[in-house]
Design a protein. Structure first.
Length: 134
């Protein structure tokens, strides 16, 4: 099973990181970068939306603070969203993001394995859904 752990992860897999605190942003970017992901950081909502609209270099998932507004995907199939929640159980909806807009919710403090597993699983599923649309 260990050989399959990295399946689907390539330098082309692009998680978009949006609206995280500087410490969490640095940790997530470093962690995912060391695992072979091409992490993209958006500095504004507009930048996030432009990156998500770029079909030449598609975003495979969005990692966002649960208190932030989601960037709007202009495509028929939106990238999956991983929300980082501060506090305990079910805080995502209370913090600001609609629960149905989230594909995965991870509680802080950030668990590196959970984040990597979520990105890998969601990116692979999203790549497959994009392929079936085209």
């Amino acid at each position: 099973a260990a050989a399959g752990r990295g399946a689907g992860v390539t330098a082309r897999t692009r998680p978009l990181v949006w609206r995280l605190s500087p410490v969490i942003l640095a940790a997530a970017t470093d962690l995912l970068g060391r695992r072979g992901y091409h992490v993209v950081v958006a500095t504004s909502r507009g930048a996030a939306e432009e990156l998500m609209a770029d079909s030449a270099e598609p975003i495979d998932c969005v990692i966002v603070d649960s208190r932030a507004e989601l960037p709007v995907a202009s495509k028929e199939v939106r990238p999956p969203v991983i929300a980082l929640v501060h506090g305990t159980a079910g805080g995502a909806g209370r913090d600001g993001l609609a629960q149905d807009a989230l594909d995965r919710v991870l509680e802080m403090p950030l668990d590196p394995r959970s984040l990597c597993d979520a990105v890998r699983q969601l990116a692979v599923a999203y790549e497959e859904s994009r392929a079936s649309v085209h």
